[in-house]
Each structure stands twice: as C-alpha cells, then as structure tokens.
Design a protein around this ligand. Structure first.
Ligand code: SF4
Length: 327
C-alpha cells in the first residue's frame, strides 16, 4: 500500500516525468509500468510536458537554434549543430551565467537561476533532430549546477530510456575546481572541455571575472587529473584576443603546462558580441599560434564559432527574449 509520501512522489512524476531517473520511477511503480512509461517518454516522443515550450526556432544551413520558454517565462536556448557525422545539441544548464565572460552575452547580467533536471533533459528530447552528441556548453556553468547536471546525464544514458552513449557526451566548464574534483570521482566517462582562455590569473580575471576564486594553475591541474583518471583526452578551449592572451609568453606557458599530457587545444575564433573592446587575433597569427603549439607537442585545431549567421554564440538570442540584452 502506498503512503502519502509515495502518492505525492507519483504526482510529481506525472507532472514532470523528465526529471526522474528510471530507478526513481521504478521505486514507486510496478516494474512493468515503470519500464513502459520510461520507454514511452524517450522512444515515442509524442507531445510536450507542461511548463516548457519551444518558443522559436531559428534555422540556417549549419545550425538550428531553439529558444525555450520556461514555466516562469524565462528563456534559454539550445543549438543543434550539424556535423558531417550527425548533430550535436549544445545544451544550457542555467538561466544567465555567473561566470560573466567578457566575450559572452549570457554572462553579461549574471546568474538568474539554475535549470532543473527536466529542463536540461528536455533540451535534448524536444528538438526533432538526429542528435548523436550532447555538449553541455550552452548557457551557464554546468559544474555550478552540479547535482542537476549529473542526474540529467544519468537520465539521458539510462538504457531503459534514451540510452545515449556516454562517449557522446561532453561537459564544458570554465573550471570550477570544486566541481572538477567532484566529477573526477563520478563513474561517468564524459569528454571534459576546459574553457581556459588565459595563462595568467590577471588576464583570466579580466576575461572571466566570475572565476576569480579559482586559481588558474589549480584549475588546469584539476582538469588534467580528470583526464588522467578516466583516460580521456582533455580538450582545452582557448579563444585568442589580440594583445590580451595571444602573446608569445602565453603560448610558452600553455606548452609548459600541457606538453606530455593527453590534451587537445581548440583555438576558437571570436564571434564578436557587443563587447567591442575585444578584438579577435588575426588569422595569420592564429595559424602561427597553432604551429607553435604543435611544435611544442600539443595537438591543436582552429575552430570557427559555428552558427555565426543565426547568432549561435552563447546566449545572444535568449538574452533578447529575456529582454536583458540588445543583440
Ligand atoms: S561563455 Fe559560458 S561560462 Fe562564459 S559567461 Fe558565457 S555561458 Fe557562462
């Protein structure tokens, strides 16, 4: 016989089934029911659960951007980026972002709130696309919404539901040391991406002011430690800005820190936002940086910001919908 607590738990599941793992549902429903409900949720997606709607879809040839309206009329976005071998969905974990990167619209006004588990999961479920990679690199810092992130990953991987391969999941972090140490201990072998963007504390504090309390060297160490423990290549995202973080001394430090490690550096071309104080490093210099890093023994790629045409850069459209920016 179910007690009151179980009844209210069942009511919560009915109201928002994407926020629960299979095990949680299985604890209050008979196994057969739990199994078919879970399969229905993830294999025959035939409707929307209340409280989260696709408000708009902006399309171009390389990416589709989904704007979601949440129950409290806040807006987030996720982007489906087409690759040769499939589609990557770039998922948000917060409304706004406390990291306040100088090059990002989402960071401009700080954190509004964390997303719930279901709001994260549904960004993968709702788009009608052939998604084969999930990247937690939309709006927000995933490791600052740690519990919801990990639970969402468990739900997405569950073989009773979507059964998404862990290999195809990436988490991109600005480098919250506490979160890096925690995720190192999880039995989840995701691809970790560290948004580094600087080699001195001073420059990092300028570019990513919300990370001031995280020592840059400790951050790199903690990220490398994840890669060593899980035997997965660490991706370092580095966005070079002219005369800010693209100097010879920066490249030297990167080589010093990363040589002999299982890493790849992605040099990302800056997708100009409203911050006119930042200028991208020119293409010739970018290629020289790539050559220097490779000569230093570090695998390096130059990446363009995909979806430039539909303002796929972090948060530009959601900022418009939240009426907190002027994209
Ligand atoms: S780039 Fe990412 S971490 Fe930085 S402010 Fe934007 S959403 Fe936050």
């Amino acid at each position: 016989m179910k007690n009151t607590h179980q009844y209210s738990f069942v009511a919560d599941i009915i109201a928002d089934p994407y926020g629960f793992t299979y095990d949680e549902i299985g604890r209050v429903l008979p196994e057969q029911d739990a199994r078919s409900i879970y399969a229905l949720l993830y294999k025959n997606i035939n409707g929307k659960v209340r409280d989260m709607q696709i408000k708009d879809i902006v399309k171009d040839f390389e990416a589709n951007k989904y704007i979601f309206e949440l129950s409290d009329h806040k807006y987030i976005e996720s982007v489906c980026i087409k690759r040769r071998t499939g589609t990557t969905v770039c998922v948000s974990t917060q409304v706004g972002c406390p990291v306040r990167c100088a090059f990002c619209e989402s960071g401009k006004y700080g954190l509004i709130r964390n997303l719930g588990v279901s709001e994260i999961v549904r960004q993968v479920i709702y788009p009608n696309e052939r998604i084969n990679r999930i990247a937690f690199m939309g709006i927000g810092e995933p490791l600052l919404n740690y519990d919801a992130l990990i639970k969402a990953i468990h739900i997405l991987r569950d073989r009773n539901g979507l059964d998404f391969p862990t290999d195809g999941i990436a988490v991109s972090t600005a480098g919250v040391i506490k979160g890096l140490r925690r995720i190192r201990e999880e039995h989840i072998k995701i691809q970790l991406v560290l948004s580094l963007h600087a080699t001195t504390q001073e420059v990092r504090d300028y570019l990513m002011s919300g990370m001031r309390n995280n020592d840059i060297k400790e951050t790199v160490k903690a990220a490398l430690s994840y890669s060593q423990r899980h035997n997965r290549k660490l991706v370092i995202a580095y966005m070079p800005f002219a005369d800010i973080n693209d100097r010879h001394s920066d490249i030297k430090r990167l080589i010093e820190w990363l040589k002999d490690e299982n890493v790849m550096v992605n040099l990302i071309e800056y997708n100009q936002t409203t911050n006119r104080a930042l200028k991208p490093t020119d293409k010739a210099r970018l290629r020289r940086i790539q050559a220097s890093l490779e000569n230093g023994g570090i695998e390096t790629m130059i990446r363009s910001s995909r979806g430039r045409n539909i303002k796929a850069a972090c948060g530009q459209l959601a900022a418009k919908y939240n009426k907190i920016g002027d994209p």
